[in-house]
Write a protein that binds this ligand. Sequence first.
Ligand SMILES: [Zn+2]
Length: 318
Amino acid sequence: MDPSEVVVAVDLGGTRMKCGLVAADGAVVHRETRPTPREAGGRAVLDALLETVVELWQKATADGHRVRAIGVVVPGIIDADNGTVVAENLAWADLPVRDALVAAVGADVPIVLAHDVRGGGYAELRQGALTGTTNSLFLPLGTGIAAAMVVDGSLVSGDGYAGELGHTRFIHGDAAELCACGQWGCLETVASAAAIARRYAARTGRTVDGAREVLELLAAGDSDAAAVWEEALTVLVDALVLYTTLVAPTRIAIGGGLVGAGETLLQPLRDGVHARLTFQREPEIVAAVLGEEAGCLGAALMAWDRVTADEESGEQPA
Ligand SMILES: [Zn+2]
């Protein structure tokens, strides 16, 4: 690959877009962050994405780069065949995102549209904590919880529906809380970073500055923080044991804001999973390494994969 060639990569989140120009070896030649105008509605979010892609393309050209492809990762359910997205986070209801991108750039390059967590997982697989694995799991614990599943060497998308481990039920009866998905007692209602802060506030009547403050209270010996943390660990162990039993990963990389807790999170998960497994293959449990850059890098790597595949098949970009 020509080192002056780049892809435009965007990780579109509910509050901000992390975007950049990335060379074929994964080197980020330009990086920026922009706000996502979520409050202005779905159309405004799409317009902001299109403007970002066009401006990054213009910057690449002005800096002497040739743009080979565009990679965009978004939350929600992505129909890869039709290029449409349903994303409550972005106020998108079955929006034809890929067609809009094609119309905006007006050039014949491949456009890859993928799920943000699968994008992050792909980056961890290629260049991060999951390198060298063929069966593994990337599980970011952030505002919500979703998983990127690597099974027999492939990232599983399930037509856009796979990996929603955060919406499996682990809490039953009166203790179950209503989840954003409409169900009760999901993993996400107890073990996401947002849930830990919310549950501590509900339990004590004191508002906290996110899960980070709960972790500080935990370190200071606060018994309510310890109780909330213990409940989160219990359901996370349940989820990891379920995943391990079904899909047999050799390595699990935990990401998202909560992994900032380090061994306070990871060691109890290792101990809990170890105690629960009998015949199953025990996975390594490690911290993801790419942090907030994983989604954008994953979008870029997926876009470069498409360029390579098109070249190998001798086809014109679709
Ligand atoms: Zn749910």
